[in-house]
Write a protein that binds this ligand. Structure first.
Ligand code: HSE
Length: 315
């Protein structure tokens, strides 16, 4: 029997992990985006509705990360001219928040369309389609797409599936995030980055990335957090886009967090914790800092998603 409808969930992600700009990332268990894919008469992809975006995201295929990813799946399968798919995008993630919103829509769309067609492609084979979608928002970098599609903590040393490595997840790791009501478009956050970096800074940054990978292999949460926080290239350049970062970091650490980093391009900040109670306290403390400045903020305590995107409804 032909499948007429498939829905997929793709989780929020944190790119960079502080020091690993454009190469490291992890998947949060929630929140995330949902994309429903349905068969339609007209060949190709159409976006029939976007829910939960306050009308801010484009329905136009070319400009929508989900639309482009879905079309790339049809192209990979050579059926763009024969099969019609209509998408409904249900946004659980705020855009321009540093939670991988554009990547989640692209991944959910690719996974849903693949499920609709009977799962002809593996996750690895879906990667190029997901990257095509993400490129609409901010170019080809797999640090959100890889954990979103595959789950866990990932290192991407290239954009092909064989260049994505799954890293160990410390058992005690739990994250507290705070998302202030401030938009930081990724393109803007990338435009402020330096084009040249002194060699000594590169040496320090490289050492800290290596330290982070080692800490993950030893499941050492405090060392992991210290390495993540040691970023000397990206955070200083973006500091002015992240209101009250220093104060939020102090508040989370006073609550017991081991470190605080910018999630992706921000403004979401993420506190690295090793027990749920600490994460609750850290999230609460971080939210209170923003509220004290009259800025609304949402705090969350989330473990890592080991599975990444998933299909959860078919008809
Ligand atoms: N690595 C990216 C950045 C993630 O920090 O610009 C945001 O898409």
């Amino acid at each position: 029997m032909e499948i007429t409808r498939a829905e997929a969930f793709a989780p929020a992600t944190m790119a960079n992990l502080g020091v690993g700009f454009d190469v490291l990332g992890l998947a949060f268990a929630q929140p995330g985006d949902i994309v429903r894919a349905e068969r339609s008469e007209r060949p190709g992809v159409t976006i029939s509705a976007i829910i939960g975006d306050d009308g801010k995201l484009p329905l136009e295929l070319e400009r929508n990360t989900a639309g482009v990813a879905a079309r790339s799946v049809l192209r990979l399968l050579g059926v763009e001219d024969t099969i019609g798919v209509s998408l409904t995008i249900i946004k659980g993630l705020p855009r321009a928040s540093g939670l991988g919103s554009s990547a989640a829509s692209a991944v959910a769309a690719a996974v849903a369309v693949n499920a609709l067609l009977g799962d002809p492609l593996t996750r690895a084979e879906l990667l190029p389609a997901c990257l095509d979608g993400e490129a609409v928002a901010s170019g080809y970098h797999p640090d959100n797409i890889a954990p979103c599609l595959f789950g866990g903590i990932t290192l991407a040393y290239g954009i092909e599936a064989h260049q994505i490595v799954s890293l160990p997840i410390p058992e005690r790791l739990i994250l507290a995030t705070v998302t202030p009501a401030v938009e930081v478009p990724t393109k803007e956050a990338r435009a402020v980055l330096p084009t040249h970096v002194p060699m000594q800074t590169v040496v320090v940054q490289t050492a800290q990335i290596a330290r982070l990978i080692d800490a993950l292999h030893r499941r050492d949460v405090p060392a992991m957090a210290a390495a993540m926080e040691a970023d000397r290239i990206i955070e200083p350049a973006r500091l002015h886009l992240m209101p009250h970062l220093a104060e939020v970091r102090s508040a989370a650490k006073a609550a017991g967090a081991h470190g605080v980093v910018i999630s992706g391009a921000g403004p979401t900040l993420c506190a690295i914790c090793d027990c749920y109670e600490t994460a609750v306290r850290a999230a609460d403390a971080m939210v209170k800092v923003y509220l004290s400045y009259g800025i609304e903020a949402v705090g969350r305590c989330v473990p890592i998603s080991t599975e990444g995107a998933r299909v959860y409804a078919l008809a």
